[in-house]
Design a protein around this ligand. Structure first.
Ligand code: SF4
Length: 347
């Protein structure tokens, strides 16, 4: 029996019943694939259901208010995915007459769609023979075939993509792609894969050479930057200042004004800093609290955040919006700000 037959038999018995697997609607499949990038199935599922409920067709997403799109995305992180979804929905209306593109080259033109997502939509919706290559597939291939080439190098990417394409069942690319990803997600998992109960165990090079825990190989370690942010919850008569980000990973989300330093300053030093003095001048009435440090880890940054609750006589800056404290929950915010707001509600 060949590799794809084994996977297909395994899939028939073990597959999870997920809503995007019972449709070939490319818009729904696209939504699910974007939501599931960097997100586990259990976490992504309610977001998928919320999105198709709020925006049942691509035109609904294109025409929606950006704040609503980001609010529904809140908590999933990597917000550029939501902004790209809406950007591409608009492109589908303007460039493709409202019809989701039905070929690999045009699907790749959508913002936020890389080769993995284009292969997934092409095969799941249109039965086109493009092999998916994501983290799950790379792990399975590297172990079964004993591939030592680091997968994040140009040579590694080429080697894995070539092998994935060769192994693809061209007659049934949708099921093959689903099966190998599901196998990586449930059976050949990163830590403690279920080798004792694996239908490929006899042919698996990693298992037979005792190298399972060493594969796949990654070459680069990301350098993580530490950032020190002091959010200013500036309060006057139960109203606070918030601003909308216009760049970076939190673009489009609302947040409190903040001061950023290169190092971990103590409170006295923050109070004496030119940034603080320039922001407040003499408007501070009292500092009612300073939170503990919140740590927020992103792939390339570690954010150390504190929230200062400050009563003022007057709002000095016109760069921010003044909102009532009890209306803050209407605005889309990052999960860091959400964590702080939830801690206030639970106090
Ligand atoms: S034997 Fe283990 S490492 Fe090899 S494919 Fe099966 S689960 Fe993965």
């Amino acid at each position: 029996m060949d590799f794809s037959d084994i996977l297909s038999q395994w899939y028939a018995i073990n597959k999870r019943d997920l809503p995007w697997r019972s449709t070939v609607n490319p818009y729904y499949i696209w939504l699910s694939e974007i939501i599931l990038q960097q997100t586990r199935v259990n976490q992504g599922l309610p977001y998928y259901l919320k999105f198709i409920d709020a925006f049942p067709a691509v035109a609904d997403l294109a025409n929606a208010d950006e704040d609503l799109v980001l609010k529904l995305w809140q908590g999933l992180g990597y917000y550029s995915r939501a902004r790209n979804l809406q950007f591409s929905a608009k492109l589908i209306l303007s460039e493709f007459g409202g019809n989701f593109p039905d070929n690999h080259a045009d699907i790749l033109k959508l913002k936020g769609v890389g080769s993995y997502t284009a292969a997934a939509i092409s095969s799941f919706s249109f039965g086109l023979p493009f092999a998916v290559l994501d983290g799950n597939v790379i792990r399975v291939l590297s172990r079964v075939f004993g591939i030592q080439t680091p997968f994040d190098t140009t040579a590694g990417k080429k080697q894995f993509q070539k092998l994935a394409q060769e192994l693809l069942d061209k007659k049934n690319p949708a099921e093959y792609n689903q099966a190998i990803m599901e196998f990586g997600a449930l059976q050949c998992v990163p830590k403690s894969p279920k080798c004792n109960d694996c239908p490929i165990v006899n042919d698996c090079i990693a298992f037979n050479t005792n190298t399972v825990s060493l594969l796949p190989v990654k070459s680069k370690k990301l350098k993580v930057k530490n950032r020190f942010l002091h959010f200013l919850v500036v309060n006057k008569n139960n109203e606070v200042l918030i601003g909308k980000r216009n760049s970076g990973i939190w673009q489009g989300l609302y947040e409190f004004p903040f001061l950023e330093f290169d190092e971990n300053l103590n409170e006295k030093s923050v109070l004496k800093s030119p940034l603080w003095i320039n922001f407040f001048k003499d408007s501070v009435k009292q500092i009612s609290s300073i939170s503990e440090e919140y740590i927020h880890k992103l792939s390339h940054q570690k954010i150390h955040a504190k929230f200062w609750e400050i009563d003022v006589n007057s709002f000095r800056s016109s760069d921010f919006k003044i909102v009532k404290c009890n209306e803050l929950q209407k605005y889309p915010v990052s999960s860091l700000i959400e964590k702080y707001l939830n801690s206030r509600i639970n106090d």
